[in-house]
Design a protein around this ligand. Structure first.
Ligand code: MG
Length: 389
């Protein structure tokens, strides 16, 4: 069934979309949002996700999530939720696959380090960088910079944004300054992201041994579903129990999200996309599930993200990013030619910024685009003692 025929009246459709920045003829055998998804999959930034850290540095093990497998899991959940709520699953999938394109190497440590380096020049935020990647940095088409995605895909990528920056972004920034909501597809993809990372971080944390299953006894969402799994399969243990439990957790979160969002959508009586934009957020968990979800997040923050072995990695990552930034801004001649040009003021949107800010932004673009191992290699090339290549 075509997407337009299975969607509710308040879903985003090709016919209700605000369209592309550079008008293009409509696609022949697919919808506009399928075209967006396809452009994202073919982008350079998408392939780089394979070698970017989620929590564990890419080379630490073959089975841990990377940004790529994370994005695919988000897309899976987002598509399912969108379909069940009669929303545009092509749009949800496109947003999910693009949402982390602007992420730095080394996960959140990399983002924090680059943000600190860029503090004097407007900071660095990975949502904004994802938008910058699809709007400007990808070089794939003769007619325009970036991927020229549909407005609603771009809006969904920009999950949050400080007001001062939103004012400079034109159409996609307006919902922040006017306090309006994005599409339901964007709202649900945001929560699909959260469902995906909370659950896969439990899985990866257990697999790595940094978390022990007994530590999760006090986390009600996990404990409840582990007990149910053991009741149904008394002999279950080890990895199989973990996977059975996490599968049930994801199922429970998704079911709760569907029920609560369905209730809110009905109560708000929205009929059009415009109604959705004017309404309060309509996609969300019930308050009981939100409390359990918060408990899980707190557990992960205290026991995984702040585990000393993870902190050692993030400490090293911070140093690599900081030293790369300093070296490149100190002497832009060390940059590859394309980024030297950008540092010299030939960057898109450079007209309105001072020379120093333009240079810093070009360096941030270069560093943000790096994979974990490329950043380590660049660091060795610049600072490696006893090896000159
Ligand atoms: Mg994500």
């Amino acid at each position: 069934m075509a997407v337009a025929d299975r969607c509710a009246s308040y879903a985003v459709l090709d016919s209700t979309s605000a369209g592309r920045r550079f008008p293009e003829p409509p696609p022949k055998a697919r919808s506009e949002f399928q075209r967006d998804r396809d452009r994202i999959i073919h982008s350079t930034a998408f392939r780089r996700l394979e070698y970017k850290t989620q929590v564990f540095v890419n080379h630490e093990g073959d089975l841990f999530r990377t940004r790529l497998t994370h994005s695919i899991e988000v897309a899976q959940i987002a598509r399912s939720v969108a379909r069940a709520l009669q929303l545009n699953d092509d749009l949800a999938e496109a947003i999910a696959l693009a949402h982390d394109l602007g992420h730095t190497p080394f996960g959140h440590a990399g983002q924090e380090a680059l943000d600190a380096c860029m503090r004097a020049h407007g900071g660095f935020e990975h949502n904004l960088q994802s938008l910058r990647t699809v709007d400007m940095l990808e070089e794939r088409y003769g007619a325009f910079d970036g991927l020229n995605l549909m407005f609603e895909t771009r809006e969904g990528i920009l999950k949050h944004c400080p007001l001062a920056i939103a004012r400079t972004l034109g159409d996609v920034g307006r919902r922040f300054t006017e306090d309006r909501r994005p599409s339901l597809e964007a709202q649900l993809t945001n929560l699909a992201d959260e469902i995906a990372y909370n659950n896969h971080d439990v899985d990866d944390g257990l697999r790595s041994g940094l978390i022990d299953p007994s530590m999760l006894d006090g986390v009600s969402l996990y404990a409840r579903h582990a007990a149910a799994a053991q009741k149904e399969y008394p002999a279950i243990s080890g990895r199989r129990l973990v996977h059975e439990t996490i599968g049930r957790m994801i199922g429970a979160l998704v079911e709760d999200l569907l029920a609560e969002s369905g209730r809110r959508i009905a109560a708000a009586a929205v009929a059009t996309l415009e109604d959705v934009r004017a309404a309060p957020p309509l996609i969300g968990f019930s308050s009981a599930m939100q409390a359990e979800n918060r408990e899980l997040k707190t557990f992960l923050r205290e026991n995984l993200y702040r585990h000393y072995q993870v902190l050692r990695m993030t400490n090293k990552a911070r140093r690599i990013i900081g030293e790369l930034f300093e070296a490149f801004t100190g002497d832009p001649r060390l940059l590859p030619p394309q980024y030297q040009q950008m540092a010299d003021g030939e960057a898109p949107g450079a007209e309105n910024a001072g020379a120093e800010a333009v240079r810093a932004r070009a360096v941030a673009d270069y560093i943000a685009g790096m994979t974990d191992r490329y950043a380590m290699k660049e660091h060795r090339r610049l600072f490696g003692v006893g090896e000159i290549d």
